[in-house]
Design a protein. Structure first.
Length: 621
């Protein structure tokens, strides 16, 4: 097999192709079949790099992959025809097998090709979740009245309209797994704290070990702050309030991951000691990490996954939450659940929420998915709320409809720095004027610039350089070193220091010189101990997940006219501008968003879905 071009495939993908082709040839496969297997392995790995866990040769066959080498010359690779490609793969049973076989490549019954490790991960996740989807054998407090407790925690649950937060809590009392989805401001954190308090009351004198985690350090810190505020409003005894967890960890820290993330203290042989595990921002969890987590839980552990499936999926392969939760956020329940709910609250679930179709009644997760739809943070008529909802539904927000959502043209490269000067100084001058470190950290989170890409004239790297220039012109920053007010993001996990990949830090004067503050100032490090990091005045939308800021400026770049790479913005598996990216950027803001984009770019981005090819959805059915 001829080596694949570096312009299209990484070295690992190229070596995988050569290895699989050689193994195929050694097993007696003809040259065409051996080359087809090698190319399938490289393409499956390329697709995994783009977030997919599988690909269909019948859909991808016949495509021509284009790229540009370091000299500027265009290179291409033609994929075999779909039916022919699939037939050649199946002719090499020593390398290509079916699900469950210990072979490098797997073809399932629907003709999808997966790498072995991803096929095994999806199969394990599906099996583990199905096993967990059974009635909860909870220790019950005989003196506890669930109907009274629901009315105490959710006074509106007996009203004319269904209180879906109360329904979620009720579902958590009845099942070993719960998948809670909803957009920003729909009360997901409120629901989690309340359902945990109800579970503590339900367990009575039996103590419950509760672990709450999130994929990134900043998501964990934000959830910890939100849970602390919600805890104080609980209508319960102090003993219940005190039993609630006060610390939120990253998933890696919960599992006891090594600094490089390759070894884990907890697994099947040494499970996490918890009766309930809550995972927030679950849309960011890839299928391999979800497998790690499920392997580390006992069969009795209750699992609560919380997140927004309309956000960008995980960086690594898979779309676990999206595969678990329906896109319409409609909650459906068996009649037995509806009857129990009515008995406890006197409220009837909407008829469309009570499932009667026989094929859907066989769904093992029926009654275990709850979608929150009522927005409690924004006014329903607010421009930001309307903009996010419009994008989620595939529509372009009306320009100029409200002051909290504004769309403006994208400044050309030569005008970017002057255009940024006003937003940058309005957003961050107050940080440099703060009287103390805690106040500076709070002011730091009032504003953020979000970019769709890292490179290019409107990417994170160029924008951060422009911000530094603007601050230096004002005497607030100095180039080539650290300074008070410098905002950074950690890019590695370092459990020994208590920081994780994605944590936002702020340089600020301390008693012994500059320090780096994290988690609102609760954690401080000397600059010499700060692990790998990058400037973070501007972040990619991907890196911003799990964060919230008062105001957001989002830059949507345009492809260079006539460039071969321009197609990547809209076409192929690695689309850069998508509906999910725009929605995620909008929902990072608490108060207002300004979008800079050339005419037609926002419209096309909203019309472009970020669909991932996975097997998990079918396996969960």
């Amino acid at each position: 097999m001829e080596p694949l071009p570096r312009a299209l495939f990484t070295d690992i993908e190229r070596h995988l192709a050569a290895l699989l082709a050689r193994l195929s040839a050694e097993s007696g496969a003809d040259p065409a079949a051996a080359e087809a297997v090698g190319l399938a392995g490289a393409f499956a790995a390329l697709r995994a790099r783009e977030g997919h866990t599988a690909f269909r040769p019948e859909d991808e066959g016949g495509r021509i992959l284009h790229g540009t080498d370091p000299t500027g010359a265009e290179v291409s690779v033609a994929l075999p025809g779909g039916t022919d490609w699939l037939g050649r793969l199946r002719s090499v049973p020593s390398v290509v097998g079916t699900p469950g076989m210990d072979l490098p490549l797997v073809i399932d019954a629907d003709g999808r090709v997966s790498l072995h490790r991803l096929e095994r991960a999806e199969a394990f996740v599906a099996s583990a979740l199905k096993t967990r989807a059974v009635g909860l054998a909870a220790a019950a407090n005989p003196a506890w009245n669930p109907a009274e407790a629901l009315r105490r925690y959710f006074p509106e649950c007996g009203g004319a309209q269904t209180d879906w937060q109360a329904v979620a809590a009720f579902a958590a009392l009845r099942s070993r797994c719960l998948f809670l989805s909803g957009g920003p401001g729909t009360g997901k954190t409120h629901s989690v704290v309340y359902l945990l308090a109800l579970r503590l009351e339900q367990s009575g004198p039996t103590p419950l070990r509760i672990a709450v985690c999130a994929p990134t350090g900043k998501a964990a810190a934000r959830l910890e702050e939100s849970m602390a505020r919600t805890r104080e409003r609980l209508p319960c005894d102090a003993s219940v309030r005190d039993a609630l967890p006060r610390t939120v960890r990253t998933i890696h820290r919960l599992l006891g991951a090594s600094a490089d993330g390759t070894r884990f203290r907890h697994g099947a042989e040494s499970p996490v000691e918890a009766d309930i595990v809550v995972v927030d921002e679950a849309s960011m969890v890839d299928v391999v990490l979800m497998r790690r987590l499920l392997q580390a839980l006992t069969p009795e552990t209750q699992l609560v996954l919380v997140g927004d499936p309309d956000q960008l999926p995980s960086v690594e392969p898979g779309a676990v939450l999206a595969d678990l939760c329906p896109p319409d956020r409609v909650s459906r329940f068996p009649k037995s659940f509806a009857d129990a709910w009515e008995s406890a609250t006197g409220n009837r679930l909407p008829s469309e929420a009570v499932e009667s179709a026989p094929e859907r009644l066989a769904d093992p997760f029926l009654g275990r998915r709850v979608g929150l739809v009522r927005n409690r943070r924004f006014m329903a008529g607010g421009g930001l709320y309307q903009a996010a909802e419009a994008v989620r539904r595939g529509m372009v927000p009306a320009p100029g409809a409200a002051s909290d959502f504004v769309q403006e043209g994208l400044p050309p490269t030569g005008r970017l720095r002057p255009a940024l000067r006003g937003p940058v100084l309005d957003g961050w001058r107050a940080v440099f004027e703060a009287g103390d470190a805690a106040e500076a950290f709070r002011r730091m989170e009032r504003f953020r610039i979000l970019c769709a890409v890292r490179e290019g004239p409107h990417g994170v790297e160029s924008v951060n350089e422009a911000v530094l220039d603007i601050l230096a012109e004002q005497g607030l920053a100095r180039r080539g070193g650290h300074f008070a007010g410098l905002q950074v993001m950690v890019t590695v996990n370092d459990p020994s220091l208590g920081v994780s990949n994605g944590d936002l830090g702020l340089f600020w004067p301390g008693e012994d010189g500059l320090e780096v503050l994290f988690q609102g100032g609760a954690l401080r490090l000397p600059p010499s101990r700060l692990p790998a990091h990058e400037t973070a005045f501007a972040l990619t939308v991907h890196k911003s997940q799990g964060s919230e800021f008062d105001r957001v400026l989002m830059l949507l770049p345009s492809p260079s006219p006539g460039s071969a790479g321009g197609k990547a913005f809209w076409e192929g598996p690695g689309r850069l501008l998508t509906r999910e990216l725009v929605y995620t950027g909008l929902t990072r803001a608490r108060r207002s968003v300004t979008v800079w984009a050339q005419e037609g770019i926002l419209e096309r981005a909203v019309a472009t879905r970020s669909r991932r090819e996975t097997r998990l959805g079918g396996l969960l059915a």
